[in-house]
Design a protein around this ligand. Structure first.
Ligand SMILES: *Cc1c(COP(=O)(O)O)cnc(C)c1O
Length: 332
């Protein structure tokens, strides 16, 4: 099987990013969020690569994702962030993974199993989690966690959430508060376990990470056709691009169905900045200006995907850029 679209994944960069985050986590263990298929990179590949480097604590969102990972490498644990529904119980009680309990109903559902679990407590984000005064008795809590709402900003909310987290008196083996951005806030936020996602995969959550985090995901698309577009003609849907002089154009096998969204129209670049994206993004195709370069049918072209700059160009978040990478990439 060959596809005209591939995602080159740099395992060394992934490991180096994890090591930097682990170092910044000090004495805390450093885990990895691998939900949404490892932020689009392939959860199984991330799991195996980071487990070899020494990572032990992994997080997915749902039991579907836990099952899709298959067997865990030796010594690794997996937590399911969305907790456990009635319809998950058969799978969950047979699984090596454990739920992160978020609601009183989930607590009531899990307590009779006597099995270990994690617990998420809400300290101000008002997304998932129990209230500090909810009944957590009778649970065997491995990791007590909370989640920061504004870790990527210098917000008073960070300290307030940290203080509220410290004030909890729920017994647990260890505690965990920080995502990627939270790790950059310093050791006060590390507790016993950190949970980076974005920065593992090349995202820059805060200025502190600039120069330390390397790009991991490199989309590359094959040229389906090249053509010379005479001055005054137009390219693509809506005829939005009309060159003033004769222009050499390559049409690449990538489009919005692959996560290369229309925010890149006339703004994205390929080939390390050499080839501007011209006109609109189609479902399966884009056009680039290759004037002055020798590019032919079948050539592979790198789609520039450094996350901070691609985000600034497209208006998408670094998270969206990764998680949107579609199913048609051959991941290599
Ligand atoms: C996704 C997630 C993380 C990882 O967050 P990043 O911002 O990607 O580092 C950590 N904790 C929880 C609860 C999450 O849902």
């Amino acid at each position: 099987m060959t596809a005209p679209l591939r995602l080159r994944r740099d395992a060394d960069a992934l490991v180096a990013n994890w090591r930097w985050l682990a170092k910044l986590s000090g004495p805390a263990a450093c885990g990895a969020a691998i939900k949404a298929d490892g932020y689009g990179l392939g959860a199984r590949w991330v799991l195996e690569t980071l487990a070899r480097a020494g990572c032990r604590d992994f997080f997915v969102a749902t039991w579907d994702e836990a099952v899709a990972l298959r067997a865990l490498p030796d010594g690794c644990t997996l937590s399911v962030l969305h907790g456990v529904r009635d319809e998950d119980m058969v799978v969950a009680t047979a699984s090596a993974a454990r739920p992160v309990l978020n609601t009183p109903a989930q607590v009531a559902r899990w307590r009779p199993t006597g099995r270990s679990c994690d617990v998420m407590v809400d300290t101000g984000m008002n997304r998932l989690g129990l209230s500090p005064h909810d009944d957590m008795s009778g649970l065997r809590i491995e990791t007590l966690m909370s989640h920061l709402a504004c870790a990527d900003e210098d917000s008073a909310m960070n300290e307030a959430q940290c203080a509220a987290f410290i004030a909890l008196d729920t017994p647990a083996q260890r505690r965990s508060l920080a995502n990627s951005a939270g790790i950059c806030l310093g050791l006060d936020y590390a507790f016993g376990l950190t949970r980076p996602g974005l920065a593992l995969y090349g995202g820059i959550p805060r200025a502190e990470a600039v120069g330390h985090i390397a790009q991991v995901a490199f989309p590359e698309a094959q040229v389906v056709q090249v053509r010379r577009v005479p001055a005054g003609n137009t390219v693509g849907y809506g005829a939005t691009f009309r060159p003033a002089r004769d222009t050499d154009v390559a049409v690449l096998n990538i489009g919005y169905a692959d996560g290369y969204l229309r925010g890149f129209a006339s703004r994205g670049t390929c080939g390390g900045g050499r080839f501007p994206v011209i006109g609109r993004v189609s479902m399966d195709l884009i056009a680039i200006d290759i004037s002055g370069y020798d590019v032919g049918e079948g050539d592979w072209i790198g789609v520039d995907y450094d996350l901070p700059s691609a985000g600034a160009r497209s208006g998408l978040s670094q998270y969206e850029l990764l998680a949107g990478l579609g199913r048609r990439f051959f991941r290599c």
